[in-house]
Ligand binder design. Sequence first.
Ligand code: ATP
Ligand code: MG
Length: 399
Amino acid sequence: MKELILLKSGEVVLKGLNRHNFEDVMIKNMKRRIEDLGAFRIWKKQSTLYVEPQSEDIDMDLLVSRLQTVFGIAALTRACIVEKNFEDICAKSREYLAETLEEARTFKVEAKRADKLFPMTSPEICRELGGQLLEEFPHLRVDVEHPDVTVTVEIRETAAYVHTNQLPGAGGMPVGTSGKAAMLLSGGIDSPVAGYMMAKRGLELIAIHFASPPYTSDRARQKVISLGEKLLPYTGKIRLFVVPFTEIQEQLRQRGPEDYFTLLMRRAMMRVAEAIAKREECGGLITGESLAQVASQTLPALACTDMVTELPVLRPLIGMDKEEIIRIARKIDTFDTSILPYEDCCTVFTPRHPKTKPRPAEVARIEEEMALEPELFQRAVDEAELVVLSRRHSGYREV
Ligand code: ATP
Ligand code: MG
């Protein structure tokens, strides 16, 4: 039996005239996501996208799970392709749905007839096919209100399709349709979740990680690479910049007051990140900050960090509890990697009493008095190491 996948796009349909651009980007993303599984024919007709395998040996379960990570797709359905005659529809339905219907207690049949030349009406198809399925599976009952399984028959122009319940898609907007932004990726729980959430809104991502060797180890760096790789099914290729941050941190610690250290460091991160982001043509920065989670995430502290960059700082976790964040981290499979106990540059020199209500004027005065060497930040930008994360990368194992 030949199968294909029917896909419904989500919010993309709200986009009016731009809709085709959005769908074209989504199709390109889909192709990239499944190209190594075999050859496919992909086309769109009205509000449905079709993905049809061109050979028998394609793993359909894997195909479905891959497509479920493509943003922009609201729902998808695995369907059997049948000929447009009622005998074939009945015969194939019995065979194709056997396993599902064996396990169900109640069902109903729905028919959608786009081809009005088909000789039976939708109610006739439902009644006749329903009757045949009841004969074949006598344990079943019809329940039109809350059936365990809805058998849908769609009569379209070139073929008919038989399928059961829809599966959820990844939702959101196709990656790339909202532009590009730089996520500040630490080894923690929050920042990969923040990146995932913004990719879901259609942003292409690059990643920036601040490393402070020898205070932070190579294992900590490797952990960040693994976290970035976990996002690849959703984001596509990520250019990760590993910024050497040791010198900046040491200077801040030597020259600045201890209680302002975290804040000064966060401002330094923003400055370096902004320079890399602009060079990489990004329109925004993304962080995993959540209001009140730590001293540097109070409103006055956030105001002091925002001040040093012209780019919008996107903080999708700002109103979320740790519990909610962890739930997403588990869903996208970053949690177990995030909790590996390697040091981050933020934890290397943590002040005992960090300022929670810094005043912008005060911070600016402190920075002026520190009189850091003007090239300090630019050097970090220039010396950042580029690691390209992609599915072909040797360390990456496809799910
Ligand atoms: P996370 O769990 O993401 O590490 P956190 O709760 O530990 O976040 P902070 O350490 O204060 O919070 O960092 C806040 C945000 O700053 C992070 O979510 C991340 O976006 C960014 N950040 C922190 N440390 C780094 C780093 N070493 N490299 C890049 N970005 C960082
Ligand atoms: Mg952290």
